[in-house]
Design a protein. Structure first.
Length: 202
């Protein structure tokens, strides 16, 4: 019985450690101080573009370049994964934002309230509607969330609700390529027809 309890205790400890954020310290990387120093420098460079500066505005695309380099060295830091997710989100690459945001959430869900949204969106993309809705609600109810973010959370919740309803019914559909005058090799989301129905834009 004691052996079983000891095994369970060790297992819990190991699981707990594996979920912790790995900080950029010499304690965590005692044998690779050269690359650690370089990674810390990359983060500092990225931060100059990530945060507001009097002389230069925020540039998420440029910050992302530095953060990804640091992440190659240590992909298990919650704050860095959050920053990468934030950058991708701001430049419109939502799937990558969800990918890194989910990693940040799984490491430390308290690293920043916005990881609630990224984790919710990751569930959303996998059509795990109830899980997505629950986290969208938490995100929207956060005291740190802006009015715009609260409204956007409600929009996402509505999308999940529609998704649940659509999957309740099976139906056959066909997607036809309309040729080079309409379709391209790129993703063609959100088609918009002009007021006179003379043109179609993606």
């Amino acid at each position: 019985m004691k052996k079983i309890l000891l095994f369970l205790s060790i297992n819990v400890i190991v699981c707990g450690v594996s979920a912790q954020s790995v900080e950029f310290t010499s304690t965590n990387f005692p044998n690779d101080k050269k690359h650690l120093k370089s990674a810390i420098k990359e983060i500092k460079n990225g931060d100059t573009y990530f945060y507001v500066d009097d002389a230069r505005g925020i540039d998420y695309a440029q910050a992302l370049v530095f953060y990804l380099k640091a992440n190659n060295f240590n992909p298990k830091n919650a704050m860095l994964n959050y920053k990468i997710a934030k950058c991708y989100n701001e430049i419109g690459e939502m799937k990558k934002a969800a990918q890194y945001g989910e990693i940040a959430y799984d490491i430390d869900k308290n690293v920043n309230y916005e990881v609630l949204y990224f984790k919710a969106y990751a569930y959303h993309l996998r059509m795990e509607w109830d899980n997505a809705i629950a986290l969208y609600q938490q995100y929207g109810e956060s005291i740190q969330a802006t009015t715009e973010q609260k409204l956007f959370a409600l929009k996402r919740i509505s999308e999940c609700g529609r998704g649940k309803k659509m999957l309740q019914y099976e139906f056959n559909c066909f997607i036809d390529n309309l040729g080079i005058n309409i379709n391209t090799e790129t993703d063609e989301y959100g088609p918009i027809v002009t007021w006179d129905e003379s043109a179609l834009y993606f």
